[in-house]
Design a protein around this ligand. Structure first.
Ligand SMILES: [Fe+2]
Length: 392
């Protein structure tokens, strides 16, 4: 068995309607609150509007910071400049992965008096953050990134010298995660599909990570099982199917726990390199690359790599769960996994990289910036180019 260490988990409250308990949870930390949301959240959710009113009614002093898009260093620094001297006692983020990551990063930087860029992994001026922070409560309204359970916040700067890298410390795991599937009922089809595929990518990549453990395997497989039962229902009937939304919220939570403790593979390597080069929404990038990347991984593993049977057996477990056919042997399970991923790619019409402006001449540059991360097999430059070119 691999040696491993485990992060602490947030205190999780998982129930339809549990957002009603949020004001009393906030009171445990103080009454001066910074509420971070995505702009879309405010427009979509009636539950959120009534929650906001209740915050005021329960004598919480609520500062509101709305963000648009994925968090940049400037966005985090601006929030810290605005609220750094406001005596914020707790940061609460309500929204998708971007809002949660923004809230997590702001909670980590409010007590610091310097730019967040100094603490982002891979940057020239990088220094390790000491973990001091304001308590943070995560309230996801999408089922995707699992940020409600992870120790990192992804910060993006898009362009030729851009990046998409993490601010990370074990202390950054949220103190509390409030997971209310009712908040997800209004999520439209496209966001449901893309964020769901992000969760599946994280579950699969953590499952086949060389740094996994029996614990992360169990967590990932449990998430894949619920994903299998609820993903398509959430995509096509998400407004009315609270059970499907609950299953997807659970899958996303498991994906966060699994990825934080086992790491991620090549699709998230591309998410960092391609996502730092052009503005591709993270979930859509995962959705479009998961099938060709998994096919390439399985193909390479079948080509006689050390421990290949070990990783192929894990892919096969996922294939048996997603195809709901427990009778398949490992080879058939891998084939079933690929068939399922390919069918979703076709039927749900995931956008192509070209839809976001990535063209063939960009491929070399993106691959040169791509790290294989915790992929089960080291992919060659040619393999990585093949994956990207297939989805241009
Ligand atoms: Fe992800």
């Amino acid at each position: 068995m691999n040696s491993f260490s485990l992060l602490r988990q947030p205190r999780v409250f998982f129930r339809p309607g549990t957002i009603k308990s949020l004001p009393s949870l906030i009171h445990e930390f103080g009454r001066n609150v910074l509420l971070v949301t995505g702009t879309a959240t405010l427009q979509r959710s009636e539950s959120f509007a009534s929650f906001h009113d209740r915050m005021q009614a329960e004598s919480l002093c609520c500062h509101h910071y709305a963000i648009k898009g994925e968090p940049s260093p400037e966005l985090v620094d601006r929030a810290v400049e605005e609220y750094g001297c406001a005596g914020i006692q707790v940061v609460v983020a309500v929204g998708g992965g971007s809002a949660l990551d923004a809230g997590k990063a702001i909670s980590a930087m409010l007590v610091k008096k310097e730019p967040v860029g100094h603490f982002i992994e891979g940057q020239p001026e990088y220094r390790e953050h000491d973990g001091s922070k304001v308590p943070f409560i995560a309230v996801p309204t999408t089922s995707g990134t699992g940020s409600e359970a992870t120790n990192n916040a992804v910060i993006s700067k898009v362009g030729n010298s851009g990046y998409k890298r993490s601010l990370r410390h074990h202390a950054f795991v949220p103190e509390v995660a409030v997971i209310d599937p009712i908040l997800m009922l209004s999520l439209p089809f496209g966001l449901t599909a893309a964020s769901g595929m992000d969760a599946l990518t994280q579950l699969l990549e953590a499952l086949v990570s060389p740094y996994g453990s029996p614990y992360t395997d169990a967590v990932a497989l449990s998430g894949i099982e619920l994903f299998s039962q609820t993903f398509i229902r959430a995509c096509h009937n998400g407004a009315a199917d609270i059970d499907a939304r609950s299953g997807m919220a659970y899958a996303a939570l498991m994906s966060g726990i699994a990825l934080a403790n086992a790491g991620l593979g090549i699709v998230h390597g591309f998410a960092s390199s391609a996502g730092g080069y052009v503005a591709v929404p993270h979930g859509q990038l995962c959705a479009t690359l998961l099938y060709p990347a998994t096919r390439e991984n399985i193909s390479q593993l079948r080509g006689n790599v050390d421990r290949s049977a070990y990783f192929l057996a894990k892919y096969a477990k996922a294939g048996r769960l997603l195809s709901e056919d427990s009778s398949l042997n490992d080879d058939e399970g891998c084939c079933a996994l690929l068939e399922k991923l390919e069918s979703w790619q076709r039927e749900l019409q995931f956008p192509r990289l070209g839809d976001f402006g990535i063209v063939e001449k960009d491929v070399d540059f993106i691959v040169s910036k791509t790290r294989s991360k915790s992929n089960p097999v080291e992919l060659s430059v040619e393999s990585m180019k093949k994956i990207l070119k297939e989805r241009l």
